[in-house]
Write a new protein. Structure first.
Length: 278
């Protein structure tokens, strides 16, 4: 899909006659992020996966277009203009939305600013950003250090070492022991580290708009999924639940998982989708 300054790479999977789900991957992911989930949902949903700016094969012609606000605007234009034979040449009006981590932060922004586009939303291991300027500045400084490492990489071996260190973070629990970990790493290695650095600098948690004060205005049914071993995001999502007065907001803490629930326990992840979207 070609839009001004964006060349979105995307794919449809599943049943074109069934309700549409838009999937938004996490940092260093791509359209393959949710492949196992999509395969399990194929009979009952039409699944749309998109490479976000800085990831996969999507091309961005202006670095300013990496920001969350501009990416969200572009995705809405993408949905408005997406005419496909599997959709009988008709425009998409509303869909379901699932976002993981970085994609979850973007999904939350989309839900709060463009609620008319979404029936229901699932956020996996996501947050509304940071609420204080001090927190933002500290996070920007930390992300800049990571971005510099990414931008300096010249070989796949360098990138692989970076990924091995990245998944040592406590939020990921024991993901490196999961049988699908190497497949995930293979997909991550398809990204360009320099473009990932741009994404981190321009759409990282420290620079995104804080969405905490907007949560109480939400009118879209929302399910929060978080792994029990991801203590940081368990606390964040409990706080989200406490300050949101909308009755259709649910939190499910998934046992024996950490940050990447859809990889660690795909059947449970799919069950949550079916239960909530149906």
């Amino acid at each position: 899909m070609i839009l001004k300054n964006y060349r979105f790479h995307y794919c449809f999977s599943g049943n074109s006659n069934k309700p549409l789900i838009l999937f938004l991957h996490g940092f260093m992911g791509n359209i393959s992020e949710f492949d196992e989930i999509v395969n399990l949902l194929a009979d009952d949903f039409n699944c749309l996966s998109v490479d976000l700016p800085g990831h996969g094969k999507t091309q961005i012609l202006d670095d300013d277009c990496y920001t969350m606000a501009k990416t969200a605007d572009a995705l809405i234009s993408f949905l408005d203009n997406l005419l496909d034979s599997v959709l009988n040449k008709s425009k998409i009006s509303r869909c379901f939305l699932i976002g993981y981590s970085m994609g979850g932060r973007l999904a939350l922004y989309l839900m709060l600013h463009f609620p008319q586009y979404f029936h229901k939303v699932i956020l996996e291991s996501a947050s509304p950003g940071l609420s204080t300027q001090k927190e933002k500045l500290e996070r920007v400084k930390r992300d800049e250090q990571i971005a510099r490492k990414l931008a300096r990489m010249t070989t796949k071996d360098d990138f692989r070492i970076f990924l091995d260190n990245w998944y040592n973070q406590p939020i990921f629990g024991n993901i490196k022991n999961h049988p699908q970990f190497e497949r995930m790493i293979k997909n991550r290695l398809q990204n360009n580290p320099e473009d990932l650095a741009k994404s981190l600098r321009l759409m990282g948690t420290g620079v995104q708009p804080s969405l905490w004060n907007c949560l109480q205005e939400n009118k879209v049914p929302l399910l929060l999924l978080v792994g029990e071993h991801d203590k940081k995001f368990v606390d964040i999502n409990k706080r989200m639940l406490d300050i949101n007065e909308f009755c259709e907001l649910n939190l499910h803490i998934v046992k024996n998982t950490a940050h990447n629930i859809h990889l660690e326990n795909a059947p449970v992840f799919v069950k949550n989708i079916r239960d909530f979207f149906n």
